[in-house]
Design a protein around this ligand. Structure first.
Ligand SMILES: *Cc1c(COP(=O)(O)O)cnc(C)c1O
Length: 366
């Protein structure tokens, strides 16, 4: 059996670099609760992303739940089902109702032309997802949110390091959530962040990620625990030093894929967006009228020990856990359903070897 090629492989800094970074933690014995590494990473990310505020959390999912609670949202939140389980679950777990809008078939992101028809007097927010390193139509979404007085919260888990006309993806809408999970372009092993320009959100976000505790004798909120620890923050500080090189290496892999798979009948590759500097987070291929179906390609790769991912599949409005709930109907978002049935993301990580990309393409084309 040939060596396993997984769909992703976490990028790591040199071992010695991480050891040097955690040296201070041994000296201080301060392991969590917004220590020096936590503060240093928030500051470094504020600079890197060009955003006024970064709040670090245990993971991206709890960051989403935190911001829904910080805004005290109750009612309907317009989102799309072409996403990871987390986005929809966060809305439901916080007691809100997701209202599913279909996606644009080119960018895979929410279709702004279909949002206004879904707005009711119960709508409180829009929660769109930047997908694969593509950005949503942020101008259109901003206009709709402003016009209807809705909060605009981005699930930006896929878009760390992406910018549009020089503005980082952390700066759109009211708040952007990033995931720093091990599989993401930038990671802190597990981790997440909320990015926002409104300083007045900061205290409540902080309180809610620490049991709702505001001061030693003051507990104004029913908060959970979502504090990023010092070891994770230290990983982030190391990762940030290498991120530029890693994104560049990802770009090389993507260009290699494009050179091999571009122009093949029945294969649709992701279209670069005008003015958008991508992070090359994923390489989705849509098998639409190709000689092999998506599932067949998935199996052919699997037989050669190569793991691709049906991502996103199934879409969240067809999950078992939501069966029978009103409003959860994949047929109501036909484009998302169509894409989900045909898309496969291919292995992609900074040190994926050129010969492995060739092997993968040979199997797909063979
Ligand atoms: C990874 C991811 C999340 C969840 O982030 P975690 O850090 O794993 O909790 C949410 N939304 C999307 C689109 C993701 O890809």
């Amino acid at each position: 059996m040939s060596e396993l090629i997984n769909v992703t492989r976490s990028a790591l800094p040199p071992f010695e670099e991480y050891c040097a970074e955690i040296r201070d933690i041994w000296d201080s014995h301060w392991l969590t609760n917004m220590g020096e590494k936590h503060q240093a990473l928030e500051k470094a990310l504020q600079e890197y992303l060009g955003v006024r505020n970064v709040s670090l959390l245990t993971n991206g999912h709890l960051a989403l739940e935190n911001i829904i609670e910080t805004y005290d949202l109750h009612g309907e939140i317009i989102t799309s089902p072409f996403t990871f389980a987390s986005t929809t679950h966060a809305i439901v777990r916080c007691g809100c109702t997701p209202v599913f809008c279909d996606i644009d078939p080119v960018s895979y992101t929410i279709d702004p032309n279909k949002i206004e028809a879904l707005i009711t007097d119960k709508t409180v927010a829009i929660l769109p997802i930047h997908v694969y390193g593509n950005l949503c139509d942020t101008d259109a979404l901003e206009r709709i949110a402003k016009k209807h007085g809705l909060k605009l919260i981005y699930d930006a888990a896929h878009s760390f390091g992406v910018s549009k006309n020089g503005v980082s993806s952390a700066c759109f809408g009211d708040v952007s959530m990033f995931s720093f999970h091990a599989t993401k372009v930038f990671h802190t092993i597990e981790g997440g962040a909320l990015c926002y320009n409104d300083d007045s959100l900061r205290q409540r976000i902080s309180d809610l990620k620490n049991f709702g505790i505001h001061g030693p004798e003051e507990v104004p909120f029913i908060g959970g625990n979502a504090k990023m620890n010092e070891f994770c923050a230290a990983m982030g500080l190391c990762e940030l030093r290498h991120l530029g090189a890693w994104i560049e290496a990802r770009r090389g892999v993507v260009e290699h894929y494009r050179a091999r798979l571009g122009g093949v009948k029945g294969l649709r590759l992701n279209a670069p967006q005008k003015g958008v500097e991508s992070n090359y987070a994923y390489f989705p291929v849509v098998f639409d009228g190709y000689k092999y179906g998506r599932d067949e390609v998935f199996d052919r790769l699997g037989a050669q020990n190569i793991v691709a991912r049906k991502y996103f599949y199934p879409i969240t409005n067809s999950f078992d856990c939501y069966k029978g709930r009103p409003g959860f109907d994949p047929d109501a978002t036909p484009i998302a359903k169509y894409m989900a049935e045909r898309v496969l993301t291919l292995p992609l990580y900074p040190d994926l070897a050129a010969r492995d990309v060739d092997r993968i393409c040979d199997i797909i084309l063979g």
